[in-house]
Design a binder for this molecule. Structure first.
Ligand code: UGA
Length: 353
């Protein structure tokens, strides 16, 4: 393994899907220290006592002075607190604005004030309905729908933050890297027990429905496609960005996605049902699983508009970081189901492919 010089990383939202996996990998693969904050700690209990990890129960909206003191103290800041669920873009756009934009813009400004390095989560959503066959960080247009289609508030906010960071980086003191996750999936994506339809992203929602004998809802027939990325692959890439060998990631934007894992939502549902049947306790539920088509408007509301296809170009990550995803969809789904159905966590027992 390469030698990674020591550093102190501040992760806001360390108990989230990306935050918890990132912290775990940093502790296992580097000698870096982490200061982590979040509202709760259920996903990080297995390492909360680690000697290089300090956890603080804090709120990004109210604990601003404390956050500023940590930004001052740490070398790299990774702000992962955000609402990233399409249902909420449509149902509660003002909360999305307050948390995703206002709170994060404040952090960007503080990082600039102290001349720090920010590694910021942009999103695949910024490309919106981009017509390109694959989305390029530096040449693809970012295409959003009309204002009444409130789904786009998240994309628009993230785009504005990307532009703000880019401007501070080029005209201020900020050092930065922007990364764009493409449909990361894995065990800790969303709460599988959440009962409200649409409250989770697609994989967790489908698994929840199969477990509870509810029909799988295919929005507009499920013909829309996504390129799914297993969380562990994505985190490997993030680690290389954080390592920033010879400053290679400075001032850059990276798509983090898996172009070899493009599937329609219907294909995802079918593969999931097939995999459920391999778990004896759930075989009957898999046999009885039903799929029905619903319109986007019916499922999410008037303000919804979909992305028909979302394919990343990962040339930048391949050429500059030497990264490539390696996990196929079947393995990713199996590891996710092992976690939920067998309580087997790949982070603790390893991955056998
Ligand atoms: C997601 C979220 O906006 C963010 O988490 C993130 O920034 C981005 O994509 C990403 O992960 O790259 P989206 O892919 O539309 O957006 O979100 P999902 O909830 O995972 O839905 C994927 C597709 O499945 C959509 O077309 C949706 O309509 C469909 N879907 C979802 C169903 O057909 N049925 C369901 O029950 C749920």
């Amino acid at each position: 393994m390469t030698i990674m010089p020591s550093k102190k990383i501040f992760i806001l939202g360390v108990n989230g899907f990306i935050g918890s996996s990132l912290a775990w990998k940093i502790l296992n693969k580097t000698d870096w220290e982490i200061v982590g904050m979040d509202l709760s700690s259920n996903k990080i209990e297995h390492f909360i006592e680690h000697e290089r990890f300090k956890f603080f129960k804090k709120n990004i909206l109210t604990d601003k002075d404390w956050i500023e003191s940590q930004i001052k103290e740490c070398d790299v800041i990774v702000p992962l607190v955000a609402i990233a669920t399409p249902t909420l873009y449509v149902k509660d756009p003002l909360r999305v604005y307050e948390l995703d934009y206002e709170a994060n813009a404040d952090i960007v400004k503080k990082c600039d004030k102290y001349g720090k390095r920010i590694v910021f989560p942009s999103t695949s959503e910024v490309y919106g309905m981009c017509p390109d066959s694959d989305f390029d960080e530096y040449s693809s247009p970012l295409v959003l729908g009309p204002i009444p289609k409130e789904r786009w508030i998240y994309s628009c906010i993230k785009q504005m933050l990307d532009r703000l960071i880019w401007a501070y980086g080029n005209h201020g003191n900020l050092k930065f890297t922007l990364f764009r996750p493409f449909n990361f999936i894995g065990p800790k994506l969303d709460d599988i027990t959440a009962p409200e339809e649409g409250s989770s992203r697609v994989l967790t929602q489908f698994a929840h429905n199969i477990i509870h004998g509810k029909p799988i809802k295919l929005v507009d027939g499920g013909i829309q496609k996504r390129s799914f990325t297993f969380i562990d692959d994505g985190i490997e890439c993030l680690l290389k960005i954080l390592e920033n060998k010879n400053g290679c990631a400075d001032g850059k934007i990276f798509n983090i996605g898996n172009p070899y894992m493009e599937f329609s939502i219907k294909e995802l549902a079918e593969m999931l049902v097939e995999l459920f049947s391999e778990y004896p306790e759930y075989a009957e539920r898999a046999k009885n699983a039903k799929m029905e088509s619903v319109s986007g408007r019916e499922y999410y509301g008037e303000g919804y508009q979909d992305v028909p296809r979302r394919m990343p170009s990962i040339k930048e990550a391949e050429n500059i970081l030497g990264w490539k995803p390696t996990t196929d969809l079947r393995t990713a789904l199996k590891l996710t189901l092992d976690y939920h159905l067998l309580k087997k966590d790949y982070e603790l027992v390893g991955i056998s492919k």
